[in-house]
Design a protein around this ligand. Structure first.
Ligand code: FE2
Length: 295
């Protein structure tokens, strides 16, 4: 089992932070906090922030933050990257302040995704106060999952699996056109019970992310978020549905930075000693019409 405990945070970029603030507070129910770095921090729990939005000319998903529990495992991860010939960088002081971590190193995988490995976290444990009175399922399960583009699939999986220790939960082949090519989508877990913290999809995605998933503790919060999405005129990327593999009941909406956010309830918590790797032949038990968003 890998030393990575979960998805700690993600970083996105956008030229207009007011758009993200409105989306974060009024649509998805997160708490906006002004960061000392000039970025926008969105809180989901007692952590200082889980979504870091940097004011930047480009609009995209920028980085995934993966959490290591202690100095030993953090140093060991850097050593494994070095041994595998992966070039990595130590965070600047400004980056560490921005990420609320004790220490951080970062690297890019062969598909160009930026991964940040963080030692622990730094927070004042101030209570999360959602403007829409919701809460999020985080804690030991991490902030959610991220699905990243991996056009250089084999090399990217090799790094995430063999060097960082993510393990395969299950996989599928995405084939929208039966006569066309199939793209691999592999779902991987780290050292927690969330069905997948990382998914790799064999495709190019201009925004830098296929989707990010956050989880709420009851179905009504998903429904209320759908009401707010409609009221605020936010683009729906997939209709309500329930996934086959993590059993998440969710819908997808478009973030200001151009990637999709999956907003779900009821994700399966897996005992990895009992899991058998398998291939799923469909994305969802019902619903999740993606053609409205991506077609
Ligand atoms: Fe998902």
């Amino acid at each position: 089992m890998t030393d990575i405990r979960g998805l700690a945070y993600i970083v996105a970029r956008h030229p207009d932070l007011t758009q993200w603030r409105r989306f974060g507070e009024q649509v998805i129910g997160m708490q906006a906090v002004a960061a000392p770095t000039g970025s926008l921090w969105l809180k989901m729990d007692e952590r200082a922030c889980r979504l870091i939005i940097e004011e930047h000319a480009e609009s995209r998903y920028f980085a995934s933050g993966w959490e290591l529990s202690c100095e030993e495992t953090f140093v060991a991860a850097g050593t494994r990257l070095t041994e595998a010939g992966v070039e990595w960088h130590r965070a600047t002081l400004a980056e560490k302040v921005s990420r609320n971590c004790i220490d951080m190193i970062w690297f890019e995988d062969p598909s160009g995704n930026r991964h940040e490995l963080v030692l622990g976290f730094k927070t004042d444990f101030r209570r999360f106060a959602s403007p829409t009175a919701t809460s999020f399922v985080t804690g030991d399960l991490g902030m959610g999952h991220t699905a990243l583009p991996a056009p250089k699939f084999d090399a990217t999986w090799k790094l995430m699996h063999e060097v960082l220790g993510f393990s395969l939960s299950d996989f599928m082949h995405h084939q929208p056109d039966p006569a066309g090519p199939a793209a691999r989508i592999w779902f991987a877990h780290c050292n927690n019970g969330r069905h997948h913290s990382l998914a790799l999809a064999e495709m190019e995605v201009a925004s830098g992310c296929v989707h990010l998933m956050v989880e709420v503790p009851d179905m009504d919060e998903v429904g209320r978020a759908m009401d707010r999405q409609r009221k605020e005129g936010i683009k729906l990327m997939a209709t309500l549905g329930r996934h086959v593999n993590d059993r998440m009941t969710s819908f997808y909406l478009l973030t200001p930075s151009g990637f999709a956010l999956e907003y779900g309830y009821g994700g399966r918590v897996v005992n990895w000693d009992r899991n058998v790797v398998h291939e799923t032949t469909q994305v969802s038990l019902w619903g999740h019409d993606f053609s409205i968003g991506f077609g």
